[in-house]
Design a protein around this ligand. Sequence first.
Ligand code: TYD
Length: 134
Amino acid sequence: MKPRAEIVQFSIHSDDRGCLIALEGGRDIPFEVRRVYYIYGTRSDMPRGFHAHKHLKQMLVAVSGSVTVSCEFGATKERFLLDSPSRGLLLEGLIWREMHDFSPDCVLMVFASEHYREEDYIRDYNVFRQEQGV
Ligand code: TYD
C-alpha cells in the first residue's frame, strides 16, 4: 500500500439548528470502519503517537479543539493542523505519525479499518526507517 496522508473535506448539513456531518464507511471514509476510538483529556506538552502501522488505514478527525499531526514517509515530512470537525486526515500505508500541541478541549476521533492489534504497530523509529529501506 503506497503511503498516503491527505486532508479530506466532509459535507456539512447546516441549518438554523446547527451542523451535522455524516461519515459512512466505504464512502466518506474510503474503507470499511471496524473500530472507532477517541483521545481526550490530553495536554499540550504531552505528544502522542510515535508509531507507524503496517496495514491499518485511519481517518483522524478533531471533533473538538485542535491538534497537529506530523507525518513522515520516504523523504516526505508533513504537518497537518486538524482544527475542524468538517475535515479529516486520511492515513494509509507505512507512515510515522506523531500528534503534538493538543488544545485543552481537543477530542480526536479516529476511524480505523481493523480491530486493535499490537502486531500491526511499529513503535521503533529505526525499525520504521529500515522497513522503508531508508
Ligand atoms: P497508544 O497506542 O499508546 O496511543 P497513541 O496512539 O495515542 O500513542 O494506546 C494507549 C493504550 O490504549 C494502549 O495501552 C493500547 C490501548 N488501545 C486499545 O486498547 N485499543 C485501541 O484501539 C487503541 C488505539 C489503543
